[in-house]
Design a protein around this ligand. Structure first.
Ligand SMILES: [Mg+2]
Length: 325
């Protein structure tokens, strides 16, 4: 297997992939699939739903950038929580200094932290607390080779997700997605990476006690073949399992960055988050050179994202024995 060289560009590919996907989806958030079927999104646009100019990314990217920056500084959960609260209160890492989009679970958790609750206990832990708010910001963890050891990755995901989402279902979703991104980083074909992810995740879960029902919820991804599922049963709302399934389905069923993102947006509802999650895989896999130039040129704070990629690369490169796939 030919291994992909890990460079500063690998990090930019991931972060720009997420940010551009998010920004592409922002104008269409909450639109129904039926409405989009009548008038599908075919190219970049702005305004509409959130009254933001083209290229404006939202909470998904801002909180992903908070994690990437925190990783560049050594990943301290308290510090990450502070950055996320700074985003919430002051628009830190936002596209234009303004927070115009926030999920309910994230809002409640960050308010709890601001009132003094311990950071890793802030997220909701009930069945109903499984929105896609931690999945949408988890991707940078795939970049650190120290998390290639599954138990270390699981423990890190528990901490990072729990800031806003403390239920095991959200942790499983994040784990599956990060393992998949790690497999893509190895340079394998995306289909082969999907099969490798399933083997790894199933093995890990065989060795760990998880509620059977929680594990079974992921059967369409881990036992059956998500790529073959009909579009009519791929959901695209704010539920973490729906977003994860939609991301795999769109990415596996397309051959270009733009096609994957547009397929995701045209599923409707949580268009920006679905596209941001797809964008992580598509950005890593195809590289930023495959993102249409007029999409990436419109992106807010592109230079800042590139500078952050460089900073994170220096930190990851300096880890002793750092051997990237
Ligand atoms: Mg959003």
């Amino acid at each position: 297997m030919k291994q992909k060289k890990f460079t500063e560009k690998t990090i930019s590919d991931l972060l720009l992939g997420i940010a551009v996907g998010d920004a592409m989806g922002v104008p269409f958030e909450f639109l129904t699939r039926e409405a989009l079927d009548q008038q599908p999104v075919q190219d970049i646009t702005g305004w509409a739903m959130h009254e933001q100019p083209p290229g404006t990314y939202s909470d998904d990217t801002a909180l992903t950038l908070c994690l990437a920056e925190s990783m560049a500084e050594g990943l301290d959960i308290e510090e990450l929580g502070k950055k996320m609260c700074d985003w919430f209160r002051k628009g830190y890492w936002s596209a234009h200094g303004e927070v115009f989009d926030i999920g309910i679970g994230t809002r409640i958790a960050l308010q709890k932290i601001l009132s003094g609750s311990p950071t890793v206990m802030a997220g909701g832990d009930k069945d109903m607390d499984n929105g896609n708010g931690s999945l949408m910001r988890i991707a940078p963890l795939a970049l650190d080779s120290r998390y290639r050891e599954p138990q270390t990755l699981w423990n890190t995901i528990e901490a990072v997700s729990s800031i806003t989402h403390r239920h095991v279902r959200s942790h499983i979703a994040c784990f599956i997605w990060v393992i998949y991104l790690q497999e893509l980083l190895k340079g394998d074909d995306k289909r082969k990476a999907y099969e490798n992810m399933r083997i790894q995740v199933n093995l890990f879960f065989d060795q760990h006690t998880l509620p059977v029902r929680e594990r079974e919820l992921f059967d369409r991804l881990l036992v059956h073949d998500i790529q073959q599922i009909d579009r009519s049963v791929i959901n695209s709302g704010g539920y973490v399992l729906d977003t994860l399934e939609a991301a795999f389905w769109c990415f596996l069923n397309t051959q270009q960055y733009d096609a994957a993102i547009l397929l995701g947006i045209n599923l409707g509802r949580d268009t920006d988050t679905t596209a941001a999650v797809i964008g992580a895989a598509a950005g890593l896999y195809y590289g930023m050179e495959n993102i249409p130039a007029h999409w990436s040129e419109a992106l807010a704070r592109r230079d800042d994202i590139e500078a952050l990629s460089e900073k994170l690369f220096h930190t990851l490169s300096s880890h002793s024995q750092q051997t990237h796939p």
